[in-house]
Structure formats: C-alpha cells, structure tokens
Design a protein around this ligand. Structure first.
Ligand code: NAD
Length: 260
C-alpha cells in the first residue's frame, strides 16, 4: 500500500480537472484521473503525469452521469492505492438555451454530471476518509454557483445546488478532520468554454470576438480569463494543512465578477 496521499479528480482528461490532477501529482500525491471514455490517450495522460512527477497515476473510466459508476470510481481508487484522501468533484458539462426551449435530456445530464455525481462520490468517499482519520473534498462550482446568467438554467441550478451540498457535508463531518469546500471560477478558457462560444454567438447574434469581450469577459472586471493553473493552485491550497479551518465555504477565482 502506498503511503502517499491519494487524490481523485473527476473529469480530468482536459481543462481544469487535468490541471488539478497535474498539480496534485506535482505535490507527490497518487492521482486518479477520470472521464467517461476509455481510450489509449486517456491512459497516456496518467502515464505522462506519473513519469513527469515521479508518482503514481491511473486513469479510471467512470461515467459521472451514472451514480453506480461514481461510487465504483471511489471504491476502485481505494482498492488501488489504499485510501482516498482528496476528492475533487470537477466533471461538468454545459448547455446554453432559453429555459422554455431547454432540452429535457440536457437538463437531466447537467444535473446528473454537475451535481448528483458529487453526492455519489462524496457518499462513497466519506466512510474511507472517516476511517483514515481525515480528508479533503473540493467541489468545482462556478461563479454561476453564486449568480445567474440567462440561458444557463440547468448549469446555474446545478452549481447553486453544489454550493448547498458543500455546506451540508462540511457540517456533517466537521469534527472528523474532513473539510468540504467549493471553488468558484469565473471564465477559464478551456474546451468547455470554447464549446459555448458558437451557441453564445447564435443566442446574441454576435461574432466570436464580440462574444468573448462583451458577453464572457464583460462581467469579469480584470478582462482576463482565469487560468487553469490558478484554479489548480487554489485546490492544492484547500487540501493543505493551512486550510484545515476553511470549511463549508467557497473561494471565488473570478477576476472580481461576483463582487459586482
Ligand atoms: P472541460 O470540458 O475542459 O472538461 C470537463 C471534463 O469532464 C473532461 O475531462 C470531460 O471528459 C469530463 N466529463 C464530461 N462528462 C463526463 C462524464 N459524464 N463522466 C465523466 N467525466 C465527464 O471543462 P472545464 O472547463 O475544465 O470544466 C471543469 C469544471 O469546471 C466543470 O465542473 C465546470 O462547470 C467548471 N467551471 C468551468 C469554468 C470555465 O470557465 N471553464 C468556469 C467555472 C466552472
């Protein structure tokens, strides 16, 4: 059994999740990478992180829209490494449409992947963390966990929901050396955000540059995208000893968006 800490990061083959997984590998943690596919490229990411940071990393396929697979991911990670010390609920998808035209299957998928998956992974991880004498749960919420935007009803609902889950879990395990917090990023230029640009162009009848400047970064007072490295560093901080008394709250990394 490994004596290193083990970090699971859901949805970690790209964007913010990948940066968080790499940051924990750099910290010397065993890292469990995840997505819903099972390609050589997925496993190659784990090999790259293990080699680059002289640690252990494994890719485990699990579809975060399916509760049983969320729970199996945690169980398999524990089987592989002997513990689950850090759980980062990051997997997320987006769909942009007016609420009265919002496809029901998109609503269901967003609630399942962005919110319900965290219920399942947390429920599976907590007994292991309690047994081990502690743990850290970090939920990647969003500025949309605090404020809304038009055309994102499912996403905003899921992200507000995960803020409630974060606080509730924090209260339930506060005396067991387990913390549960959220990170609320503003706009980070990842594949998820890239994919929103064509829909936003259609919804607002604007070209790409105008959408980026006037729709996306309009609300981000710094007028700069957040970087994935800045989110990853915040996750590492929340998992550190220095953050032991930070519990049931969130850290906004949004360039001032939610100060308005
Ligand atoms: P991304 O699209 O780059 O990455 C999402 C990851 O989740 C990918 O690895 C993808 O394969 C995985 N994923 C998708 N569906 C899955 C499923 N059913 N099961 C398992 N894995 C699945 O997105 P990102 O921008 O890095 O977003 C990561 C998280 O950060 C999301 O929760 C998102 O809501 C949140 N967030 C992103 C931004 C931003 O501006 N990019 C802002 C605030 C919050």
């Amino acid at each position: 059994m490994s004596t290193r800490k083990t970090a699971i990061v859901t949805g970690s083959t790209s964007g913010i999740g990948l940066a968080i997984a790499e940051a924990f590998a750099r910290e010397g943690c065993n890292v469990v990478l995840n997505s819903f596919s099972d390609t050589p490229a997925d496993h190659a990411i784990a090999e790259r992180l293990a080699t680059a940071h002289k640690t252990e990393a494994v890719y485990l396929k699990a579809d975060m829209s399916k509760g049983a697979e969320c729970r199996t991911l945690v169980a398999e990670a524990a089987k592989r490494f002997g513990s689950v010390d850090i759980l980062v609920n990051n997997a997320g998808i987006q769909h942009v449409a007016p609420v009265d035209a919002f496809p029901t299957d998109k609503w269901d998928a967003i609630i399942a992947i962005n919110l319900t998956s965290a219920f399942h992974t947390i429920a599976a991880a907590l007994p292991l963390m309690k047994q081990a004498g502690g743990g850290r749960i970090i939920n990647i919420a969003s500025a949309h966990g605090l404020v809304a935007s038009a055309y994102k009803s499912a996403y905003v609902s899921a992200k507000h929901g995960i803020m409630g889950l974060t606080k509730t879990v924090a209260l339930e395990v506060a005396q067991q050396n387990i913390t549960c917090n959220a990170i609320c990023p503003g706009y980070v230029l990842t594949p998820l955000v890239e994919a929103q640009i064509p829909d936003q162009m259609k919804a607002h009848n604007m070209d790409r540059d105008t959408v980026v400047r006037e729709v996306m970064l309009d609300r981000q007072p710094t007028k700069e995208f957040v970087t994935v490295e800045q989110i990853a560093a915040t996750a590492v901080f929340l998992a550190s000893d220095a953050a032991a008394q930070i519990n049931g709250t969130h850290i906004s990394v949004d360039g001032g968006w939610t100060a308005q």
